[in-house]
Design a protein around this ligand. Structure first.
Ligand code: ATP
Length: 364
């Protein structure tokens, strides 16, 4: 197997809520050597811890912590503790070294105070196993030499130092692959042993099995025949049932049509009743008006009758009065005649007196 020429290069590290890095902090690594300088306790080792952690480190010892919560920013310098730690490591994979079809690969790890850990590769949730598979191929190209490791390596015995050199030479990745291949081999061996066992077990039963197979074939033939007969029988039943269904459907359709006609008739009658109701209301109103008018006419008739009775009485009284006056007039006429006669006598007397006077005057 030939490996690609250029190993992937760490280009970017982003921390948020990880150990002493409360706010979002981004390191962009240019080509060449990058040195991070600062006083003791300022957080330099936390940066390399972050790289290890994001790449799936499971040993708390290697991360200088006791439990998951220890890597989450615990608060300080006036800042509240974080609920989550997140570290994202980005590699330039244009050479295609990492076994993933992206020219840039970002591995992200998150941890919550509940102890839950999440892993993402290029923003997609993955399992730790997938991160381990990806980083195994990084082995040849990176080694994290933590604080004190150089001292420890120099003071270790040769065989103790082996682990460090194996890791540096990417033996870890190869070991992972070898272990996987061994696991697969063991599995295949177990499977072939089981097959041999089965063969040994089945051989003596071959004759019985052949008889059983023949019987099974016969049974299959009988079953096919049964299925064919059943198909014919149920097909006939189905045709009869379909005929019934057609008849019933036609009856149902006729019933539905009659029902619709009945409904239309009912609607028409309801409309006619409504019209009749309106007409009855109008007639009732007209009748009420006529009643009122009749009552008024009867009142008028009663009033006129009363007036007629009064006029009759008044007429009788006037008749009586006229008779009285006629009687009185007769008396007065007689008196006038008597007075006129008396007047005529007096006028005769007056003329005699005047003649006597004239004679007397002449005598005088
Ligand atoms: P030295 O050179 O002495 O090793 P350093 O610069 O490498 O120092 P680190 O050991 O990386 O520093 O950082 C230690 C600092 O990180 C300490 O101040 C410690 O309080 C802080 N720290 C570690 N874990 C957390 C956490 N969970 N929350 C807040 N601060 C933390």
């Amino acid at each position: 197997m030939s490996l690609p020429a250029a190993p992937p290069r760490l280009t970017r590290l982003e921390l948020h809520g990880f150990k002493s890095f409360a706010g979002r902090t981004v390191f962009a690594f240019e080509s060449g050597i990058t040195a991070v300088i600062g006083p003791n306790g300022s957080g330099k080792s936390n940066i390399s811890d972050a790289v290890r952690w994001a790449l799936g480190e499971q040993s708390h010892g290697a991360l200088r912590s006791k439990r998951t919560e220890d890597v989450i920013f615990a608060g300080g310098s006036g800042r509240a503790p974080s609920g989550m730690a997140e570290v994202a490591v980005t590699f330039d994979n244009t050479s295609g070294w990492l076994p993933i079809a992206f020219s840039e690969v970002t591995v992200t790890r998150r941890a919550y105070r509940t102890g839950e850990n999440q892993y993402l590769i290029n923003g997609k949730r993955v399992r730790l196993r997938e991160v381990a598979h990806l980083t195994a191929s990084l082995g040849q190209s990176h080694t994290v030499v933590g604080q004190g490791l150089v001292d420890a390596a120099l003071s270790q015995r040769a065989e103790e130092r082996r682990g460090l050199f194996e890791h540096a030479a990417d033996l870890t990745g190869l070991r992972l692959k070898a272990a996987e291949a061994e696991r697969n081999l063991a599995e295949t061996e177990t499977n072939s042993a089981r097959l041999m066992d089965l063969l040994t077990e089945l051989e003596p039963r071959l004759k019985t099995l052949e008889r059983a197979a023949r019987q099974a074939r016969e049974w299959k033939g009988v079953q096919d025949r049964l299925h064919a007969l059943q198909r014919g029988h149920y097909g006939r039943l189905l045709r009869v049932a379909l005929g019934h269904l057609t008849t019933v459907s036609e009856v149902a359709a006729a019933g539905t049509a009659a029902l619709n006609r009945g409904r239309e008739e009912v609607d028409r009658l309801v409309a006619a009743v409504q019209v009749a109701r309106v007409a009855a209301e109008d007639t009732r109103a007209v009748l009420a008006q006529q009643d009122a008018r009749l009552q008024a006419v009867l009142d008028q008739v009663r009033r006129i009758g009363h007036e007629r009775d009064l006029a009759g009485e008044r007429y009788a009284a006037l008749t009586r009065r006229r008779e009285d006056m006629a009687y009185t007039q007769t008396g007065l006429d007689e008196q006038v005649a008597a007075v006129t006669a008396e007047l005529t006598g007096l006028a005769g007397n007056l003329a005699a007196v005047e003649a006597d006077a004239v004679t007397a005057r002449a005598t005088v």
